[in-house]
Design a protein around this ligand. Sequence first.
Ligand code: IPE
Ligand code: IPE
Ligand code: MG
Length: 236
Amino acid sequence: MKKIDKKKDIGNLKHIAFIMDGNGRWAKKRGLPRNVGHKFGYEKMKVVLKRCCELGVPVVSVYAFSTENWNRSKEEVDAIFGIVRDNLVADTPLFQEWNVKISTMGDTSKFPKDLQDALSDIKKSTESNTGTILNLCINYGGRADVCYAVNQVLAKKLAKVTEEELGKHLYGANLPDPDLIVRTSGEQRMSNFLIWQGAYAELLFLKQNWPSMSPKLVDSCITKFKKRNRRFGRVK
Ligand code: IPE
Ligand code: IPE
Ligand code: MG
């Protein structure tokens, strides 16, 4: 992305995270298979990312597959993995053009080899990009994240755990905490997303299903975020 749209001020927003929910319901409403919803969902993820790049948002996280999503049918799980694998590979030139750097959170070792390869290839080929970071949360769970960190702290044989020490070992420890978490589809829950990092995130719940997201909706989320009074325990 060469030009940043300076017309829209994003305030102190450094990291926006999306719980991309409602692909299945979006498809069902249209008499389509759930997997078609996932494909449209992926396309919408790109639209949202592009808008965030234009606005100069430093980090965009997307919840693409949770540790609980293994409970879905093998057919659906395979379809989601296939969509991620094929599209990430096909869209690599686009991510380069947008100067997007891709990172992941979650245990990717449980994935089919071709998906693991696609993820590591795209991380490698975009690692020197300096624009927006697209952080794919894939086989991600907040509880698994905390356990992963605790196990690393235990391996260091530390006598006690501090928030700071634990924070160093979480997935995405190099990223700022999310300032704003947006969930689509009308559900109002976290579903095990960024439970540590999102401790002080502003929350926004949209009625639209994820495939109905638009650049305008991204802008309106940011406008709402800027009106929030973030106190972090202080009195203002
Ligand atoms: C979100 O859409 C995508 C993933 C969880 C992978 P859903 O598949 O959860 O769609 P709904 O909630 O069933 O409509
Ligand atoms: C959350 O959506 C996970 C992702 C968006 C990847 P789900 O649809 O899996 O969440 P629940 O099951 O409704 O809580
Ligand atoms: Mg859902």
